[in-house]
Design a protein. Structure first.
Length: 262
């Protein structure tokens, strides 16, 4: 949400390039009498360094050349009447709106910072949802309860779970691996599937079919092990990003609730 996109930003720069009102007294270049201000060069440098590029004479030269290219193209586009094209006008307005929204969201994030306490609380909630163990699970997915019951009966007669999965499971990705879903925590699965896993001991499979929105499952638990949760410091950037996104979503919901939308 915070990233407005390079093409949107480029469109805005193109729109401003032919407008002398945005020129200041300090000019970095002149193109057919139109000034490219140093402040605009500095803005592009700031954006580049924020993405990890070191500020250097080569970077500034490259940006200056890019801005000159942009200016000559914008001027030629205007000569050809592109600034009067309804579709171009619409795209320019959309790009301007995107840049404006991006600036507002960034400012809102600065004035509504997420505290360390909020981050640690979110981390603790996340850990709580994971539990203390992870499970190595297999399953066979079929379309009907009768098919699942037939597979359970086959397993009861010493049928091999992996072979049956390869032959009959409609989950193609796991079927190729004998039904294996690998190591995961129960919360990764839909509730009926997760609840079934928790009832199994190592080596056991479900004696009754398990129904989810995907179909009917026969589930086997291969093994369990202690879950190693990444540290707070490791997950902090992801948690912060998630919480910032939620703040923006809450902001949008609040603004929509107050807006007159017809």
């Amino acid at each position: 949400m915070l990233n407005t996109g390079k093409y949107a930003a480029l469109a805005i720069l193109a729109a401003l390039a032919v407008n002398p009102a945005f020129a200041d007294d300090k000019s970095a270049a002149m193109v057919n009498g139109v000034s490219i201000s140093q402040s605009r060069i500095d803005m592009r440098v700031k954006a580049a360094t924020a993405q990890g590029q070191p500020d250097s004479p080569d970077l500034r030269k490259a940006i200056r050349e890019d801005m000159i290219n942009l200016e000559v193209l914008a001027q030629e586009a205007k000569k050809n009447g592109m600034d009067k094209n309804p579709e171009v006008i619409e795209q320019t307005q959309l790009a301007e709106e995107s840049v404006l929204v991006g600036a507002y969201v960034q400012d809102y994030a600065k004035t509504h910072p997420i505290t360390e306490e909020q981050l640690t609380q979110e981390y603790d909630k996340f850990k709580a949802t994971l539990g203390k163990e992870e499970y190595n699970v297999r399953h066979i997915l079929v379309d009907s309860e009768d098919e699942a019951k037939a597979i359970i009966a086959q397993l009861g007669k010493k049928g091999k779970f992996d072979k049956i999965a390869k032959a009959k499971s409609k989950d193609a990705g796991s079927a190729e691996k004998g039904g294996s879903l690998g190591w995961a925590v129960p919360s990764n699965f839909v509730p009926p599937f997760a609840n079934a896993i928790l009832t199994l001991k190592k080596g056991e499979y479900t004696k009754e079919p398990v129904k989810t929105q995907f179909g009917w499952h026969v589930i086997k638990l291969d093994d369990t092990r202690d879950l190693k949760v990444p540290s707070y410091e490791e997950l902090k950037p992801q948690i912060q990003q998630k919480m910032q996104q939620q703040i923006v979503q809450n902001l949008i919901a609040d603004l929509r609730s107050k807006a007159k939308i017809e």
